[in-house]
Design a protein around this ligand. Structure first.
Ligand SMILES: NC(=O)c1ccc[n+]([C@@H]2O[C@H](COP(=O)([O-])OP(=O)(O)OC[C@H]3O[C@@H](n4cnc5c(N)ncnc54)[C@H](OP(=O)(O)O)[C@@H]3O)[C@@H](O)[C@H]2O)c1
Length: 244
């Protein structure tokens, strides 16, 4: 299989790439800097003896996305699995005061993700096969004062993936929504919580297994499904009074 990884400098994305490479699948990694993409691709070749290529892309450069995906298919071959892993949590306080900071969070997590998923889906739908794995967040399940700009962008991405799945399913294309809880990356650096934090490697395995099993939605770690079930059940009249 040919696996495309978008946002390859993320530890989660790299864990997914290594998981697929360990099963002898070829990998195309893309991130903002060409040198980093080349380094990550070389590491995959060295450790797993697979074909791995790399290229640069920017999630906010919407006009370039269709050509970029066409270029990947030309150079690498038909994309069988695409992981949309890039994201930007930004700073909630900054984005309340500066709309351009809020817009960046929305553009990376939602607009850019949609633009790339649409470009990938076009190719997969023509072939009537493929899997799109979108990384969303439990933060998208309910709006909270501490991160509602990021949360709303992820929530919109979750809804988008649901619609894309509905469109793609009859045409043989699989769409997975991964709603992640806390994972040990730079996004959670310094986080003080009693809730267990997953390793990127655990997430990599879980995503691989969910794709192989053609799952629709994956909460990972799985206990987040229970936590979010409770959080979503709190009536709005009470929820708005909580400091979350
Ligand atoms: N860690 C968690 O607890 C957690 C929880 C829920 C969901 N997630 C999601 O998991 C995914 C991976 O995040 P992570 O935790 O591994 O954090 P991370 O290390 O900060 O990774 C974020 C990735 O997004 C890329 N990125 C940011 N802006 C971009 C742009 N304009 N164009 C292209 N790439 C861009 C970054 O690239 P650069 O290296 O170039 O900056 C990096 O590869 C994200 O979608 C995140 O929202 C994470």
């Amino acid at each position: 299989m040919n696996v495309l990884i978008l946002g390859a400098t993320s530890p989660i994305a790299q864990a997914v790439a290594h998981e697929y490479a360990s099963h002898k699948h070829d990998i195309f990694v893309a991130c903002r800097k060409q040198e980093r993409a080349d380094e990550i691709a070389s590491d995959l070749v060295l450790r797993h003896d697979v074909r791995a290529l790399g290229a640069a892309f920017d999630a906010t450069n919407l006009d370039a996305h269709a050509d970029f995906i066409a270029h990947v298919e030309e150079e690498f071959g038909p994309i069988d699995v695409a992981l949309v892993a890039f994201g930007d949590m930004g700073q909630q306080e900054e984005s309340q005061q500066d709309i351009s900071a809020a817009r960046k969070i929305i553009d990376v997590n939602y607009t850019g993700a949609v633009s790339l998923c649409e470009a990938i889906a076009e190719h997969m739908l023509t072939r009537k096969s493929g899997s799109i794995l979108g990384i969303s967040s439990v933060a998208g399940d309910r709006g909270r004062q501490s991160n509602y700009i990021y949360g709303s962008a992820k929530g919109a991405f979750t809804l988008y993936l649901q619609g894309l799945r509905n469109r793609c399913f009859p045409n043989g294309v699989h769409v997975l929504t991964a709603k992640l809880g806390f994972v040990d990356t730079r996004m959670t650096e310094g986080l003080d919580t009693k809730i267990p934090i997953a390793s990127p490697e655990q997430v990599g395995r879980a995503l691989y297994n969910a794709q192989q099993g053609k799952k629709d939605v994956l909460y990972y770690p799985r206990f987040w499904a229970g936590i979010m079930g409770v959080i979503k059940a709190i009536p709005e009249g009470l929820f708005k009074r909580l400091k979350l």
